[in-house]
Design a protein around this ligand. Structure first.
Ligand code: AMP
Length: 119
C-alpha cells in the first residue's frame, strides 16, 4: 500500500494535517515532532506508506540509505552542535513491543543540550 487514508503521517504528507517541515523531496519528508523529548526533535519519514522497518525490502535500501545519510545534515541544520561535542540520536521504533505508536515508518532525530525530557 503506498498510501493509507487512516494514517496520520500519510495525512501530513498530503498536507491534510499541518506540520513544521524540516526537509522535503519526492520520496521523503522531515518535520518537527509535536511532542519533543529534546531541544531538537524531528521525524524523517518515507512519503510512501511503509508501516515499519519490518516491511522493508531490498528495493527500499537506497531510500533508507538516503534517509540515514541526510539525518546528520538535517540535525546540524536544525541546531545540533557538530560531532563529537554535539551530535544527535537516531531512534526507530518498530511494532508494539518496539514502542511504535504511529505505524508509518519514521526515524526520530534528537539532539541539543541536555537534560532532555526523555532518552
Ligand atoms: P513512535 O512511538 O516512534 O511511533 O512515535 C511517534 C511520534 O510521532 C511521537 O513522538 C509523537 O509525538 C509524534 N507525532 C504524533 N502525531 C504527530 C503530528 N501530528 N505531528 C508531529 N509529530 C507527531
Amino acid at each position: 500500500m503506498s498510501h493509507d487514508p487512516h494514517c496520520i503521517f500519510c495525512k501530513i504528507v498530503e498536507g491534510k494535517i499541518p506540520s513544521r517541515k524540516v526537509y522535503e523531496d519526492d520520496e521523503m519528508l522531515a518535520f518537527h515532532d509535536i511532542a519533543p523529548w529534546a531541544p531538537v526533535h524531528f521525524l524523517m519519514i518515507p512519503k510512501r506508506h511503509i508501516p515499519s522497518m519490518a516491511q522493508l525490502t531490498a528495493d527500499d535500501a537506497a531510500l533508507m540509505g538516503r534517509m540515514l545519510t541526510l539525518a546528520p545534515q538535517l540535525a546540524l541544520q536544525e541546531g545540533c552542535k557538530p560531532y563529537p561535542e554535539g551530535g544527535f540520536r537516531l531512534l526507530c521504533n518498530n511494532g508494539q513491543e518496539g514502542g511504535q505508536e504511529v505505524h508509518h515508518l519514521h526515524i526520530h532525530v534528537m539532539g541539543g543540550p541536555r537534560p532532555w525530557l526523555k532518552g
